[in-house]
Design a protein around this ligand. Structure first.
Ligand code: UD1
Ligand code: UDP
Length: 382
């Protein structure tokens, strides 16, 4: 029996982990034992527990309760506690997702005590090292033994950084294996769409059923913490609602919610609060999010996951960043990088408003079975 420890901590990792847990439980139950460790990076009910309950993830065996803090403090505390758990459990592999501080902490803790690392969502690069996530990704990739990239671009980034595409098993940290496998988030969107349609009441709750609306999320630290950028984004959203008379629905990350009063100009803050077409919601569950994404007319976001889900559900996406790791979406013409620039956002909105019927969403994120592929490769290398 292969023993793996999956590390989760932030919202998107909990969601991604659901795909692997489901594949193990459906196809590899007698071959893989999964232990789940939650660092506690995200801890609000609607940023953590709701996903565990809703997506059928086994209850984490450990919750380290680390919580929020500066990068060094948060990551350092996680490393210390994760090392204890890894030494106690002695797994064959540690599985990490994406690029958060939880991912980085797990890769440092595991690599120092020579536990092989599996990095899911490897090879993604923004080529912008002022993003905390970019540092995390690069460091995690270079400590890993099995690297699974969701896109050809991610795979090629690894090759450019010196990983060999031609290595064969047995793999190790000094002889890593890299694979292009599709996206576990696509697995999840396909799998949970049906449940969302059956059970989510979010459209009824917010009076959106059969009505047009746009969907937005904002949480990147440079957007929430740089007043100039946050003001530009909200000025653009405010004017889009006024010219189109269509609401923008914004399930806001707690960091953004806290930043609005602090960083928006007072006039704009008041206008946003008084504009009935700007609907600010608390973070929603994944099934609710799938419903909001699949029924909206357009997506505005700085999230990595939401950019992809916009594409899965065939919605044009305006990206509030200066670059994206998901370049295939932009190359396909279905995403526009508008940064936090009011004019760019308005132009992108007008372009999609006029051209959305022409957009083509060819399948670029795999076949919905990335997690099964990953489990198969883990077992081959055990
Ligand atoms: C983290 C990840 C980011 C990912 C995002 C997903 C890092 C460096 N960043 O960013 O890559 O896209 O998660 O959502 O790991 N907060 C709460 N309640 C919570 C969690 C956070 O109120 O349950 C607030 C706290 O004020 C906290 C702030 O949000 O200080 C930021 O949280 P943190 O986990 O440090 O980073 P995220 O912005 O969530
Ligand atoms: N998400 C959600 N509820 C929300 C906002 C996002 O379930 O209110 C989901 C979204 O569908 C996607 C994931 O969270 O699967 C993306 O996480 P986030 O935007 O926090 O982080 P990123 O992907 O940018 O790291």
């Amino acid at each position: 029996m292969l023993k793996i420890i999956t590390i989760i901590g932030a919202r998107p990792q909990i969601i991604k982990a659901a795909a692997l847990s489901r594949a193990i439980s459906n196809h590899f139950r007698d071959k893989i034992q999964e232990i789940i460790v939650h660092t506690g990076q995200h801890y609000d009910e609607n940023m953590s527990q709701v996903f565990i309950d809703e997506l059928g993830i086994p209850k984490p065996n450990y919750n380290l309760g680390i919580g929020s803090g500066s990068h060094g403090k948060q990551t350092g505390r996680m490393i210390e506690r994760l090392e204890e758990v890894l030494l106690e459990e002695g797994p064959d592999y540690v599985v990490i997702y994406g690029d958060t501080n939880s991912t980085l902490a797990a890769s440092v803790a595991a690599s120092k005590i020579q536990i092989p690392i599996i990095h899911i969502e490897a090879g993604l690069r923004s080529f912008n090292k002022s993003m905390p996530e970019e540092i995390n990704r690069i460091m995690c990739d270079h400590a890993s033994t099995l690297l699974f990239s969701p896109t050809p671009t991610g795979f090629n980034n690894l090759v450019k950084e010196g990983f060999s595409a031609d290595t064969t098993a047995p793999f190790s940290a000094d002889h890593p294996g890299i694979f292009h496998c599709g996206d576990v988030m696509y697995d999840n969107s396909l799998f949970f769409k049906h449940f969302a349609t059956k059970t989510s009441q979010v459209l009824e709750t917010y009076d959106l059923k059969d009505k047009p609306y746009f969907l937005g999320t904002i949480h990147r630290n440079n957007n929430t913490d740089q007043p100039e950028r946050l003001n530009a984004i909200f000025r653009a959203l405010n004017s889009i609602t006024q010219t189109s008379s269509i609401p923008v629905v914004l399930p806001l990350h707690p960091r953004t919610d806290k930043a609005l009063a602090r960083n928006l100009d007072k006039d704009l803050f008041n206008q946003i609060n008084e504009n009935p077409l700007i609907k600010i919601l608390p973070p929603v569950s994944f099934l609710d999010m799938i419903m909001l994404e699949s029924n909206c007319s357009m997506v505005f976001t700085d999230s990595g996951g939401v950019q992809k889900e916009a594409y899965f559900f065939e919605k044009p996406c305006i990206i509030f960043r200066s670059e994206t790791e998901w370049t295939e979406i932009v190359d396909a013409g279905c995403g526009i990088i508008a940064n936090a620039d009011e004019e760019n956002i308005t132009n992108a909105f007008n372009y999609f408003h006029d051209n959305y019927k022409e957009l083509q969403y060819s399948p670029i994120f795999g076949d919905g079975r990335a997690a099964e592929f990953i489990c198969g490769k883990m077992l081959e290398n055990s």
